[in-house]
Structure formats: structure tokens, C-alpha cells
Design a protein around this ligand. Structure first.
Ligand code: M6R
Length: 612
């Protein structure tokens, strides 16, 4: 993963780099570093966050027109100062920041060791910079050509920026399978892992393509070549300028703020995709390719983590509403298992960031095999969005908390609209029924708002679970993926072991875990599953599990069955994931808070997983 940020041309390039790194911290935050050229190359690194790096450099001479920096998520080598980027070549000439994995780093390293090179870090990135330095020395090459020729021997994924201290008016960057964006401003160039840090200063951007190398000069010109040395004229995109000052707006974490934003996001989604006058769902990506969607034999949905959970909900909805066969796969499995894909398949990639390496690879594979690819993405201009045949954006806005909340409900709401839309296309849903469903959907923002009123109750109740070691989340039907999502939220921010299960699967193993120490969260908001679910609850109760039931208002559940019942407003069954997930998000938040965890930046995680 990792965030790369570099600048050439600004009066205080290091300041620009540090500001940009803060916006890229969602990509990794275990160590950070910056190099600035002012007569000589000065490199500063810390184990910790960008704020720690800022502290570290505050009394250092940081002025200079050229700087490059990095915020890291460890792949090779533990989080430590020596493994932080920028990495230098042994001769002190080159400094590099890298995102990705050099797969053949060991053989390159062995080669360099034989040549007498030594290494200060355990990283594959240091091997890469040293290898480029070897090419440069051995063949007496200027930097761009040394980069180009050495990459012929390199296997893996990378995006990197490199600076030669003997030619500090120039920076070189290359990309293969990891994102790199070049921002063009009046004062020079910004090179970054994505557009977030560029929107305040740049009017134009170039999205470097795989196997391309860009050389940018202090004088304001640039050249792009591919790995075969052919000259490329890149497409220059206009960037909408915006000040992106992210604020918690009085909440104590971005996650809590984002939980509270959800009603507004659902309302925005409905406004964007529903014509309430005509009672029609207008999704341009589908309207433009109506024939493809009408004739589709199968939809395959790929995604990771929370996005995969949203995909599972879509599977239930699309199959039952539209009658189209749907399969949902982890992108990481799909991309490597030689899946059967035909030209009559639609492959949907769901991704908040639009940068997840496995989802991108799955989409590329589907493209190669002739499927129609469709992205459900939150981040405009992201790599996955640019690699799909059609894209629809969820309306969640930038999500900062590593634990996805508003992006999940944004995805589920758009996917629910897609299911309804497809049902009208396949003729399974009469326009009048569609209108009724839309009317019910329009009530959801209000119902979510009411679900948020459980906040204080859940804050108090959650104190009971702060010191638990494990928790179970159970649901049936549409609530099974919501149970998975509840468990994922709890484990990622509180580090408590949690599992989500289809309630009926309990008997097939997990019930062995249940004792009086085990909180079991039962999602009972879908009426159709209630009777069956009640038997599952009895089974847990008889094993002394602590039962917490989340149910709709008006649903009668025997008080003796539950230790606690949490009531949320009733919505139509197809909309229940949107309300049911709210108390689960709050419970995770309060448990993590009670344990003193870093809620927005949990340990070992990064917001965007751009390595496999
Ligand atoms: O950006 P994406 O939606 O592709 O990310 C997928 C997962 O990495 C992401 O959902 C992850 O599981 C979150 N941390 C969950 O809260």
C-alpha cells in the first residue's frame, strides 16, 4: 500500500509533501519519511505517523524546491525507521519512494551483494533503488534511462518516484500495477498515489499508465515514455479544484462522524438516481447499456472486505427481484482461479477506493475474457473506475475512517436501486410495485436517523463487552452479510475476535464456542426469518450465551429469550441491511473506544489495499 507524494517547483516543496502525505495516510501509517534537496539531499524518517515526522523535522532546514515523501504500510520488513522510505542508494546519489512489491527482490539483492553492495533495511524498495543505481553506475546512464533499463529485470508491482542528487532539477517516476498521478500546477509538478492531495494545488493531472515512465523538470516541461522507450503523449485531465480540509466536525473520530452522515448519503443517492416525479430509477450506466443488462445470463460480483459484503446483499436482492443469476466472489480468489467467464456475463467490481489491487486485477481479467465490466465506486477518477466499461458512483464522499461505514451503506443503497432497476428491465417488477418500493426507500434516511437514536443506549451497553475476547454475529437471509459486516467492524477497530455466521450454521460447529462469556448479536430485523431465528436463539440461550437481539419496532420477541433487545425502526425487508448495520457500527465504535483503540487508524490496517 503506502502513500507517495513528491513535489518539484514549489518554494517549500517539503511542506507540500508533508501536507500531501497527511491526506494519503489512509494508505498506511506505520512509518513516514521525507527527503528534500537543498544543496545536498537531506533525508528524515520516523517510525510512526506523518504528524510524528512533522515534529521530527520542525527545526530542520526544510526549504528547497524538490522533495519526496512516503507514508508506509509494511510489506517487507517491520515498521521501523530503517525500513521507512525514502530509501537511498549506497552511493548517496539516489533517493526513492516506492509503493508495491518487487517480487524478485531476493535474486536482485543476491546479485547486488555479489557486486559488493550492502543494505540498511529489510525492504524490497531499497533493493530497487540500489539496482537502478547499479545500472546508472555500470552503464553511465542518466536517471530516466537507468530506470527504464533496470525495470526490464524487475518483476512485481510498483509505483515510485526517484531523485538523482547530481541532477536535482529533474524527478523520474514509473508505474506498473500501482497508481501514480502527476499533478500539474503553475509552480511545478506534484506526483502522488492518488488525486486527493492534488485537488488544492493542481488544475490538471496525468494518470500514468502501466509500464510508463515520466520525467518532470523544474523548468516546467515533462516527457513520458514506455518501458520500450517509445514516446507517449499522455491524456491530460482537468481537475476540479477543491479545498479538502477534512474535519471531524465536533465528533471524536472520523468513523463516528461518518456513521452519522449516513442518512444524508442515502438521501443524496436517492436524489441522484431516482426521478421521483416519474417514479423511475435513472442509472446512466445501465440506461446506456440496457440491452447488455437485459440479455445478461449471469452477473458476477467481485470485491474485498466490506465491499464484498455489499456484493452479497446485492446477490440476494438481484436474484430475488430481477431473476438474474448472481455469483459473488472475493476478488483475490477470482483473479487466480481461472474462472469461467463468457461474453454474456456482467462482472461488477465494488470498491470504495477504486484502488484495491485484487479488485482491479479481477476486473482486468474479466475485461480480457470479454465480459462487460461495471464499477460501483466511491472515488471518481480512481483506477478501477477507469478500467471498467461502465461506472456508477456511490455518493458517500471521502471516507477517512479505515473501517468502512458510510461507503457500505452507500454501496448497499446503490446496489438496491440497481436490483430494482434490473427487475424493471427483466419485467419482474411492475412499474407500480417499483413506485411502491421507491416510496419505501425514500423513508430510509429518516429511519436511519431514528436508528442513530440508539447511540446512547448502545454506548452504555457496550461497556459490558469491552473486555470480551470473542463475539458472534448471527443473521439469516439479507442479515447474514450484515452479520459478516458487524463482525468485521468489531474485529478491525477493537481487535476482539468476532465472527459473522448464518444463524442456522451455528449447529454445524460454531455453537461449540458459546458459553456465558460469549456475546451473541442476533440480527432479527427481517420478519421472514423470525420463526427460524427464534429456534436458533433458543439454542444459544440453552448454552448460556449472552443474547443481544436487534429487532424492528413492532416485532414481538419473547423477553425471556434475550439479555438485551435493541429496537430500530421498521422498514421493508429489502431495505433492512441499511438500518440493521447502524447499531452494529455504533457497538463496534463504543467497544473500541472503551478499549482505548485508535478508531480511525487501527493497527496493521490501511484504508486502501493496493498490494495483493
Ligand atoms: O476500497 P475497497 O472498497 O476496495 O476496499 C475493500 C476493503 O479493503 C475494505 O472494505 C476493508 O475491508 C475495510 N477496512 C472494511 O472496513
Amino acid at each position: 500500500m503506502c502513500g507517495i507524494m513528491a513535489n518539484i517547483g514549489s518554494e517549500n516543496a517539503a511542506r507540500e509533501v508533508l501536507a500531501g502525505l497527511k491526506k494519503l495516510e489512509y494508505r498506511g501509517y506505520d512509518s513516514a519519511g521525507v527527503a528534500v534537496f537543498n544543496n545536498a539531499l537531506n533525508v528524515f524518517k520516523v517510525k510512526g505517523k506523518v504528524a510524528d515526522l512533522e515534529d521530527h523535522v520542525k527545526n530542520q532546514p526544510m526549504a528547497g524546491l524538490v522533495a519526496l515523501g512516503h507514508t508506509r504500510w509494511a510489506t517487507h520488513g517491520v515498521p521501523a525507521e530503517n525500513n521507512a522510505h525514502p530509501h537511498m542508494s549506497e552511493n548517496g546519489r539516489l533517493a526513492m519512494v516506492h509503493n508495491g512489491i518487487i517480487e524478485n527482490y531476493q535474486s536482485l539483492k543476491n546479485f547486488l551483494i555479489e557486486k559488493g553492495y550492502s543494505f540498511k533495511s529489510d525492504t524490497d524498495s531499497e533493493v530497487l533503488v540500489q539496482y537502478i543505481a547499479w545500472y546508472q553506475d555500470h552503464y553511465q546512464l542518466e536517471l530516466t534511462e537507468a530506470v527504464r533499463r533496470s525495470l526490464g529485470d524487475v518483476e512485481g508491482s510498483f509505483a515510485f518516484v526517484i531523485l538523482d542528487s547530481t541532477a536535482p532539477n529533474t524527478m523520474v517516476a514509473a508505474k506498473n500495477d500501482n497508481p501514480l498521478v502527476v499533478g500539474i500546477s503553475g509552480s511545478g509538478f506534484y506526483l502522488a498515489s492518488d488525486v486527493f492531495p492534488l485537488t488544492e494545488s493542481c488544475d490538471k493531472v496525468i494518470y500514468l499508465e502501466d509500464q510508463e515512465i515520466i520525467t518532470v523538470h523544474l523548468e516546467g516541461d515533462y516527457e513520458v515514455i514506455d518501458f520500450e522507450n517509445a514516446s507517449i503523449t499522455p491524456e491530460v485531465h482537468t481537475l476540479e479544484r477543491k479545498d479538502t480540509v477534512y474535519s471531524k466536525e465536533g465528533f471524536d473520530s472520523f468513523m463516528l462522524k461518518e456513521i452519522y452522515e449516513q442518512p444524508e448519503i442515502i438521501a443524496r443517492t436517492l436524489k441522484s438516481y431516482v426521478d421521483t416525479n416519474l417514479a423511475e430509477i435513472k442509472i446512466e450506466a445501465i440506461d446506456l447499456h440496457r440491452r447488455i443488462f437485459k440479455q445478461a445470463k449471469r452477473i458476477v460480483i467481485v470485491g474485498c472486505g466490506t465491499s464484498w459484503h455489499a456484493g452479497l446483499i446485492a446477490e440476494y436482492l438481484i436474484e430475488s427481484m430481477a431473476g438474474i443469476h448472481v455469483e459473488v466472489e472475493y476478488a483475490s480468489e477470482f483473479r487466480y482461479r481461472d474462472p469461467l467467464i463468457s461474453t454474456s456475463d456482467i462482472v461488477i467490481g465494488i470498491s470504495q477506493s477504486g484502488e484495491t489491487a485484487d479488485t482491479l486485477a479481477a476486473i482486468k481479467l474479466a475485461n480480457e475474457r470479454g465480459a462487460f465490466t461495471y464499477g460501483i465506486i466511491n472515488t471518481p477518477g480512481s483506477t478501477i473506475a477507469r478500467h471498467t466499461d461502465a461506472v456508477s458512483y456511490i455518493k458517500a464522499g471521502v471516507e477517512i475512517g479505515v473501517a468502512s461505514t458510510k461507503a457500505f451503506t452507500g454501496q448497499v443503497s446503490l446496489l438496491t436501486l440497481i436490483a430494482l432497476k434490473l427487475a424493471t428491465i427483466t419485467g419482474k417488477l411492475h412499474p407500480l410495485q417499483c413506485k411502491k418500493s421507491i416510496d419505501e426507500f425514500l423513508e430510509v434516511p429518516k429511519m436511519m436517523q431514528e436508528a442513530l437514536l440508539t447511540d446512547q443506549l448502545l454506548g452504555d451497553l457496550s461497556q459490558n463487552w469491552v473486555n470480551k475476547e470473542s463475539a458472534l454475529f448471527l443473521g439469516r437471509g439479507l442479515n447474514f452479510p450484515v452479520a459478516l459486516e458487524g463482525a468485521l467492524k468489531l474485529k478491525e477497530i477493537s481487535y476482539i475476535h468476532a465472527e459473522g455466521y448464518p444463524a442456522a450454521e451455528m449447529k454445524h460447529g460454531p455453537i461449540a464456542l458459546v458459553d456465558s462469556e460469549m456475546p451473541v448479536f442476533i440480527l432479527a430485523t427481517n420478519k421472514s426469518a423470525l420463526l427460524k431465528l427464534t429456534s436458533n436463539i433458543q439454542e444459544i440461550k440453552s448454552r448460556k450465551g449472552e443474547v443481544i437481539i436487534i429487532r424492528n419496532a413492532g416485532m414481538e420477541i419473547d423477553a425471556a429469550l434475550a439479555d438485551y433487545q435493541i429496537e430500530i425502526p421498521a422498514v421493508s425487508e429489502f431495505l433492512t441491511p441499511l438500518t440493521t448495520v447502524v447499531p452494529l457500527q455504533l457497538i463496534s465504535y463504543y467497544i473500541a473506544k472503551g478499549r482505548g483503540c485508535n478508531i480511525d487508524q487501527p493497527r496493521n490496517l490501511a484504508k486502501s489495499v493496493t498490494v495483493e
